[in-house]
Design a protein. Structure first.
Length: 277
């Protein structure tokens, strides 16, 4: 009798513990911690003497492209990670790609908020439609509206390891800043975040895998494996401007895209020519 009672109590405790454990891991039927417990693997150290060639490239990722749609997976969208990291102060945000001028959360909110004045009915005299009073209205840009990201990366040939690859330096959400006059200023980086500062956060966030829910990679791995689709908007130049800002491409978007493809093909050709077959 005592033995039967002991077995029953043991089974009950195990069942209770299993139930509590399952409830702690969202809606999975097993502990789903593979990604959440990962740590970012540090980059390999690169000696300056071993770098025989390098080029700084800026490229844009458009979330609306089919290959990039998983960046805005509703259960874990990238825009929330990027926005919360800057607004919570966990990661230092920078004003431009020089990564020297710091941008505070207050500066970011001020930049995405428009203050305007509208006329509304006087609450003390609601029956008179002509009795209006001014009221200040604040319009704020929503993070959900982010559709593009800008990456700054260095392409490096490491002579010691015979390795040619890109290392992402920083990422910036692109938005159309609201203006009081309503003039479209185009898409500009709202702020920049160093990828080294973001990796510890990205490595613990899952990317949707349409083939297998049990084999989801992290955002850090997704970026390192270059699973995204993008187009080049700038390479290092003496004027430090984008392709579209050069006089010959300023009014011709098609030629600017062709120049972007030329830069991409030059990178491919350079890597190809490094080896003998």
């Amino acid at each position: 009798m005592k033995r039967a009672l002991l077995i029953f109590m043991t089974c009950t405790l195990i069942a209770g513990a299993s139930k509590a454990q399952i409830s702690a891991f969202e809606d999975f039927t097993y502990p789903h911690t593979a990604v959440k417990e990962r740590k970012a693997v540090p980059y390999r150290y690169i000696r300056e003497a071993n770098v025989k060639w390098s080029k700084r490239i800026h490229r844009v990722i458009d979330v609306r492209e089919k290959q990039n749609k998983i960046m805005h997976w509703p259960r874990n969208p990238l825009y929330l990670l990027i926005w919360n990291a800057a607004m919570d102060g966990d990661v230092v945000a920078y004003a431009n790609d020089s990564l020297t001028s710091i941008k505070t959360p207050e500066d970011i909110l001020k930049e995405v908020t428009i203050e305007s004045t509208v006329q509304v009915p006087n609450p003390d005299n609601p029956d008179d439609p002509y009795d209006l009073i001014p009221q200040t209205v604040y319009e704020t840009y929503e993070a959900e509206s982010i559709e593009k990201y800008r990456l700054m990366e260095d392409w490096i040939f490491d002579y010691n390891y015979s390795d040619f690859r890109a290392r992402i330096i920083a990422i910036a959400p692109l938005i159309k800043l609201p203006t009081e006059s309503g003039i479209d200023l185009g898409e500009v980086p709202l702020y920049w975040l160093k990828m080294d500062d973001m990796r510890d956060k990205l490595v613990q966030q899952e990317v949707f895998n349409s083939k297998n829910d049990a084999a989801r990679m992290s955002f850090d791995h997704w970026f390192q494996m270059r699973q995204f689709s993008s187009y080049i908007v700038k390479e290092s130049n003496m004027y430090d401007i984008d392709i579209a800002q050069f006089e010959e491409f300023r009014d011709d978007g098609v030629e600017a895209l062709l120049e972007s493809d030329r830069i991409k093909n030059d990178l491919f050709t350079l890597e190809h020519d490094l080896w003998e077959y």
